[in-house]
Design a protein. Structure first.
Length: 294
């Protein structure tokens, strides 16, 4: 049985940990409110813009075949954008992204991976740390985006991706991130970023016939890059909100677990203290009996 001092030290340690996890939960909750508002406001705009993007891209490709954003090439070189967090203590948030990327490679790009033609662009330090240890090329220039989550910072990453695709450095770009659903739920998403997929046949928006002013080429040349930047920004905002929700949930569970552990430790402390008192009483009684018999 542990000594009273050992149990007391453990109780003090668990209480300190509980205070930390409770504070982290409150911080995550405050950040969640802000990040949730941003993604809720951004999502309808991004979805509508994505629908227009697919229609415009398909329209230009059908018209003159000169839309490199939609060019489908032989998939020799693959870029996977893995959006994780900068810090841990958020449950399975980061591990789900890592598993999603690994599953994507195993199921679709195993040959390219064996040839060293799979590159991971890490958004978030955790993905940079994880994939830096794997046998694949790593682009880690954009890991600090969450330090200053602004559209311009995400746009620079999108520009790098588009330039790499246009120059033939990458033949296909996939995006893996956690989509925010609610505080307790994050949905892992794997989306094709480039080339741009055509609109679904059952999508009514695909029947829209646009009137271009001043010209189709000028509008598409300016709109498609901006739309792609918005799509990446929306994914990063989704991931940020999902991260805060996951961290809030994880810290709430950790606080509850610390409370349960404290109950057990206090019970152990009382039992140990009672045993020590009983032992002292027995020793006193034994000594008194010895004096009487002497």
């Amino acid at each position: 049985m542990p000594s009273l001092k050992e149990v007391k030290n453990r109780i003090t340690s668990v209480m300190s940990t509980q205070q930390i996890t409770k504070a982290m939960k409150m911080v995550a909750a405050a950040k969640l409110r802000k990040s949730q508002e941003r993604i809720i406001q951004m999502r309808p705009f991004a979805l509508k813009l994505n629908s227009i993007l697919k229609n415009l891209s398909a329209a230009q490709l059908n018209a003159d075949g000169d839309n490199w954003y939609s060019h489908v090439r032989e998939e020799k070189k693959i870029l996977i954008v893995a959006v994780s967090s900068d810090r841990g203590l958020c449950g399975s948030f980061n591990s789900s992204v890592f598993k999603g990327v690994n599953r994507l490679i195993d199921e679709k790009y195993a040959d390219q991976f064996r040839k060293g033609n799979v590159t991971v662009l890490a958004i978030g330090r955790k993905s940079a740390d994880y994939f830096g240890k794997r046998k694949c090329s790593l682009v880690s220039d954009y890991t600090g985006i969450f330090g200053n989550l602004a559209f311009d910072n995400v746009a620079r990453a999108a520009e790098y991706i588009m330039q790499g695709f246009q120059e033939g450095k990458y033949d296909k770009v996939e995006l893996v991130y956690n989509e925010f659903k609610n505080v307790a739920t994050q949905v892992l998403r794997t989306e094709q970023f480039l080339p741009i997929l055509p609109p679904a046949k059952d999508n009514t928006a695909s029947q829209v016939d646009y009137i271009y002013q001043p010209s189709q080429e000028e509008i598409i040349t300016g709109l498609i890059p901006k739309s792609l930047k918005v799509q990446l920004y929306k994914a990063v905002l989704d991931s940020n909100a999902a991260e805060n929700g996951a961290r809030m949930t994880a810290m709430d569970k950790a606080t509850e677990n610390a409370g349960e552990l404290l109950k057990q430790l206090k019970l152990t402390y009382n039992r140990t203290r009672q045993a020590a008192i009983t032992k002292e009483i027995l020793e006193i009684v034994g000594g008194a009996e010895a004096l009487k018999s002497a």
